[in-house]
Design a protein around this ligand. Structure first.
Ligand code: OOG
Ligand code: NI
Length: 446
């Protein structure tokens, strides 16, 4: 990159804002959710001046109002490979592998996100990106037809492809190209109500799996939700009904705690939208549910040891009370979750001492040992939560696991690159901060 190029961080911010504006136009309830989250976050910070000061000191306060993630579902390996190049233009790289077939959803996924500390601080915009696994569809004829439909569609504009090529060739984009790129790239994520398929084909795809219909029937991978970050998800969940939004029955992820860990999420159901099929006359229009809303609260990133404890406790709670799709045992589930998670340490010092979470260190002569540790925020996703979100917006049908072979190799072959290991990223940030803190301490002593 030269100084005449717009930085990938800036392009990402422009893109994230453009996407947010587009989605607010397409799905007005998303605008309501943004207002609710802003209201809850302001209230939270107003009553906690210490927390406000802490977030400000860590450089996190500014990013929270801008922060969001989105999700898309792609149909082919070629689409995934090009989307990887598209996101790279805005400094977003594939991190983590999520196999959702175990939860009955025929996709596997990664998250495109910024990876280094400065980029995360500038704007942590992420996109949870899934690739349809047509090989999990039993009906061979339908599979072949779906493959044909997907092979014939083009989800990128010619201008978008040209600008990706240019960014790669030049190592960046000049300001005017960067703006054009944002406009062109946005088109890939736009909702198109005119389907690529006939009503009958839609019905057959839908019968195979609702998700197959969502991916194969349309012109492109419409953004299916955009999720702002709240500082108090229980409060936001409680206030949703008053704003005319019906949340899903339980918040996904860990229970409420003193020290938030990982990620807690809740969503509202997908909207029913009218679509037109290829063979529709003016009178016959169809319906499709695809796009929904979600909010999330982020906490401490866990080490493999902490993640293993989380996974074990979550499995234990869900074995005792499996949350019913219709929400009928929600209170029971929440109580059980809370009970089981009592075993998970809930103060920063114990979490750090027992190496359950990742911390960022800095020199502080007033602290014991001359160093202070702050929690590193979890920037990724959780497969069980993601499955719960998929399920809820797919219409709360009970999930049956699909017989899938683990697919990370196939996913990476389609992607054209390996996904980065999220633990290596957090461990790297922690180690670098410790080295910096030690050097600072040495410098004061010397
Ligand atoms: C993605 C669902 C996963 C999350 O926040 O866990 C997700 C989808 O429905 O396409 O976005
Ligand atoms: Ni999401």
């Amino acid at each position: 990159m030269t100084e005449t190029h717009t930085s990938p961080d800036e392009i990402r911010t422009l893109f994230s804002r453009a996407m947010s504006a587009m989605y607010r136009d397409e799905v007005p309830a998303y605008g309501t959710l943004l207002e609710l989250v802003r209201h809850v976050n302001d209230g939270y910070l107003d009553t906690r001046p210490d927390e406000r000061a802490r977030l400000e000191r860590l450089g996190e306060l500014d990013r929270i109002g801008e922060e969001r993630h989105g999700a898309i579902r792609l149909g082919t390996a070629a689409e995934l490979a090009t989307i990887r190049r598209l996101f790279a233009v805005m400094g977003m790289y594939p991190v983590g592998y999520y196999d959702l077939s175990v939860a009955g959803v025929p996709v596997h996924s990664t998250a495109f996100r910024p990876v280094d500390e400065a980029a995360l601080r500038a704007n942590p915009f992420r996109v949870f990106t899934s690739l349809l696994r047509l090989e999990l569809i039993d009906d061979a004829d339908l599979r072949a037809e779906a493959e044909g439909i997907l092979a014939a569609r083009e989800i990128f504009t010619p201008g978008c492809r040209r600008l990706i090529d240019r960014a790669e060739a030049q190592g960046g984009l000049a300001a005017q190209d960067a703006e054009a790129f944002v406009t062109e790239a946005l088109e890939t994520f736009r909702w198109h109500s005119d389907a690529l398929v006939t009503a009958d084909m839609y019905r057959r795809l839908h019968a195979a799996h609702r998700l197959v219909a969502d991916v194969v029937s349309f012109r492109g991978p419409h953004i299916n939700h955009l999720t702002p970050r709240t500082l108090d998800i229980d409060r936001a969940q409680a206030e949703m009904p008053a704003r005319g939004i019906a949340p899903k029955a339980v918040v996904e992820g860990p229970p409420p705690r003193n020290v938030p860990i990982l990620l807690r999420q809740t969503s509202f159901k997908a909207l029913e939208e009218s679509v037109s099929f290829r063979d529709d006359n003016a009178a016959g229009r169809g319906r499709h549910t695809a796009r929904f809303g979600e909010i999330e609260q982020r906490g401490l990133a866990l080490t493999p040891k902490g993640q293993a404890l989380y996974d074990r406790l979550l499995a234990e709670a869900r074995a005792k009370v499996t949350p019913a799709a219709d929400g009928s045992n929600a209170a029971d589930y929440v109580a059980t979750l809370q009970e089981v998670f009592a075993e998970f340490p809930d103060d920063l010092e114990t979490l750090r001492r027992e190496a359950l979470g990742y911390f960022r260190y800095r020199a502080d002569p007033t602290a014991a040992g001359g160093m202070r540790a702050d929690p590193i925020v979890y920037e990724d996703f959780l497969p069980v939560s993601a499955a719960g979100i998929f399920q809820s917006n797919l219409g709360d049908v009970a999930a049956t696991a699909l017989a899938a072979t683990p697919g990370q190799d196939r996913f990476e072959a389609a992607l054209g690159a390996p996904v980065q290991d999220l633990h290596a990223l957090y461990a790297g940030i922690e180690a670098a901060s410790r080295d910096r803190a030690r050097a600072d301490i040495d410098a004061t002593i010397a």
